[in-house]
Design a protein around this ligand. Structure first.
Ligand code: FES
Length: 138
């Protein structure tokens, strides 16, 4: 069965933004889904004076929706503060992609979780309190 993907999902899958890694990243986060086996890794470069995310890259071993979600999520948090980035939900990522098929919503959850893990990694390294991660039901 072919899934009905939006133009934006296809665009971000075929031409993903911010692919790669940041060797001297200030925060690194990884999230995986044990059911499908897909894994997403996020690297953040944060300005410690302003807490603004100056660069972000990702490496995703996963499906088209996971790659499109990573690409869109990195675009959405670049140039934002770590507090703003924390508030990016998986539904906002899916919305920015003009929607994901319902059985592919969990792919956008990976983006939210990988970003949260990377932000907590940054917070921990900079003596800030980490924020409890929310658990998403599928
Ligand atoms: Fe698992 Fe998309 S199918 S992340």
């Amino acid at each position: 069965m072919a899934l009905d993907y939006s133009q934006k999902v296809m665009d971000h899958f075929i031409n993903p933004r911010n692919v790669g890694e940041i060797p001297d990243a200030d925060g690194i986060g990884e999230a995986g889904n044990p059911k499908c086996g897909d894994i997403m890794k996020i690297y953040l470069k944060v300005n410690p004076d302003t807490n603004i995310i100056e660069d972000v890259k990702f490496k995703t071993f996963g499906c088209a929706s996971a790659i499109a979600s990573s690409s869109m999520a990195t675009e959405l948090i670049k140039g934002r503060t770590i507090e703003d980035a924390w508030n990016l939900t998986n539904s906002a990522v899916a919305e920015a992609l003009d929607g994901l098929p319902p059985i592919k919503m969990h792919c956008s959850v990976l983006a939210e979780e990988a970003i949260h893990t990377a932000l907590n990694d940054y917070r921990q390294k900079h003596g800030m309190k980490t924020i409890p991660m929310e658990h998403h039901e599928e």
